[in-house]
Design a protein around this ligand. Structure first.
Ligand SMILES: [Zn+2]
Ligand SMILES: [Zn+2]
Length: 207
């Protein structure tokens, strides 16, 4: 079973900078292999290192690298989270294996302010600013950012995986991969460039 939510064994904590000192920043760095061994017993059935997100399977082929930096911004704690990992997935066009790398960073604002408590399900709320607000009840020596690391990771996953930008996909009629061969239905089928135009037009129409 692939991982579909944050594994219980994932723990990412960053030291809280000295209270009120805006010049003090703390940093943390993790690089860990995500294998079945790193998951707890009830999760160990997970063939380890696969995430199922938005209908797509992403299998870790590199360690997960996470960097975080925390700094006070007034009464709030601003934490930047950087995630990097490589996955093997499936090309959305030709269905062949495709390797991808994610490399992304996110800003979170941990805040005691009451207005953020309106957020019922614990999910972070995206604001007009470039950061997401996470309500906290009190400041401790260490801040648990595990949920936000997981969120950053899944938000970095692409909606569509392509083996290459030029992938020609499979013939809708006979199912042959058009990357390696052409098929006799091509004259009936559409030119891929025309297909692209159609897709563009469709996107515009639905906007
Ligand atoms: Zn492909
Ligand atoms: Zn064909």
């Amino acid at each position: 079973m692939p991982i579909t939510e944050k594994p219980n064994s994932w723990r990412f904590e960053i030291e809280t900078p000295e209270l009120g000192n805006e010049d003090a920043a703390t940093t943390a760095l993790w690089e860990q292999s995500i294998s079945s061994a790193s998951l707890s017993d009830d999760e160990s059935e997970a063939s380890g290192a696969e995430i199922l997100y938005d209908g797509q399977i992403f299998r870790f082929i590199s360690p997960l690298r996470v960097e975080a930096e925390a700094r006070w911004a007034g009464d709030d704690l601003c934490v930047s989270i950087f995630v990097r990992a490589a996955f093997s997935s499936q090309c959305s066009r030709c269905l062949e294996p495709a390797d991808i790398e994610i490399l992304d960073d996110f800003m979170y604002l941990y805040s005691l302010r009451k207005k953020t408590a309106a957020n019922r399900n614990g999910a972070t709320e995206e604001t007009d600013e470039e950061y997401r607000i996470v309500p906290v009840t009190s400041w401790k020596n260490r801040l648990d950012i595990s949920e936000q690391v997981w969120e950053s990771l899944v938000l970095s996953l692409p909606m569509r995986v392509l083996c290459s930008r030029e992938c020609r996909g499979i013939c809708p009629t006979c199912g042959k991969s058009l990357n390696s061969e052409s098929c006799s239905c091509t004259p009936e089928g559409r030119d891929p460039r025309f297909e692209k135009l159609l897709a563009t037009k469709f996107d515009q129409d639905t906007e």
